[in-house]
Write a protein that binds this ligand. Structure first.
Ligand SMILES: *[C@@H]1O[C@H](CO)[C@@H](O)[C@H](O)[C@H]1NC(C)=O
Ligand SMILES: *[C@@H]1O[C@H](CO)[C@@H](O)[C@H](O)[C@H]1NC(C)=O
Length: 185
């Protein structure tokens, strides 16, 4: 009986310890999302899997992800392992490390801007044009799927001539990569 009690207490303490470790980890992990939020930007602009980041007084930031990966919003987005830019209220300038797919082409996203938050729109400047998306789709950080660099390069090279079936094949490869990763974990 006493033994049971001690065992119970021990597991409770162990659980408590585990919980506090996770709490510390998740606080560290969520802080870049809090930086986004405090600048009037949606947390979901960056995917899950941020390892660490730096931010200086001028708003210049560098975010390190576990791996380069893709996340699906209204369009597919690719995140390099290192994403950098300059953040100010309602916008990110001089962005580097995020590409958006549109009509099978990948465009580097250079600036991101929330106009009037009440408009519910967010603008991505991809050089030639500015694309608008609904702000709400970026509310929460997405899962980011690791892609093989080869697949992505293939995808970029054949971008202008790609057929629907090829794109499905690429998608299939992405999915397979994800399963492989899960199996390893
Ligand atoms: C952040 O993570 C990257 C990638 O793992 C690493 O190279 C870098 O040294 C880390 N920076 C800090 C400040 O921990
Ligand atoms: C990302 O940043 C880290 C730390 O600054 C650097 O060591 C690494 O080479 C960078 N990786 C890429 C792919 O640029």
């Amino acid at each position: 009986m006493l033994q049971h009690f001690c065992l119970g207490q021990f597991s409770a303490m162990f659980l408590l310890l585990l919980c506090s470790i996770f709490a510390v980890l998740s606080t560290a992990e969520s802080s870049i999302y809090e930086v986004l939020e405090s600048h009037g930007l949606p947390r979901g602009l960056l995917p899950k899997g941020v390892k660490n980041f730096t931010l200086d007084n001028s708003g210049k930031f560098v975010v390190h992800l576990d791996q380069a990966c893709n996340a699906k919003f209204e369009n597919e987005f690719h995140y390099d392992r290192n994403v950098s830019g300059t953040i100010s209220y309602g916008q990110i300038h001089a962005l580097s490390g995020i590409e958006a797919q549109d009509l099978f082409l990948w465009f580097p996203v250079k600036d991101i801007r929330v106009d009037i938050p009440s408009s519910g729109l967010i603008y991505f400047n991809v050089g030639v044009v500015s694309k608008q998306f609904s702000l709400s789709s970026f509310e929460t950080p997405r899962d980011c799927t690791v892609v093989q660099l080869m697949d992505l390069q293939d995808d970029m090279h054949i971008a202008d001539a790609v057929s629907k079936s090829q794109s499905e094949e690429l998608r299939y490869k992405f999915d397979q990569g994800n399963i492989g990763r899960k199996a390893i974990l």
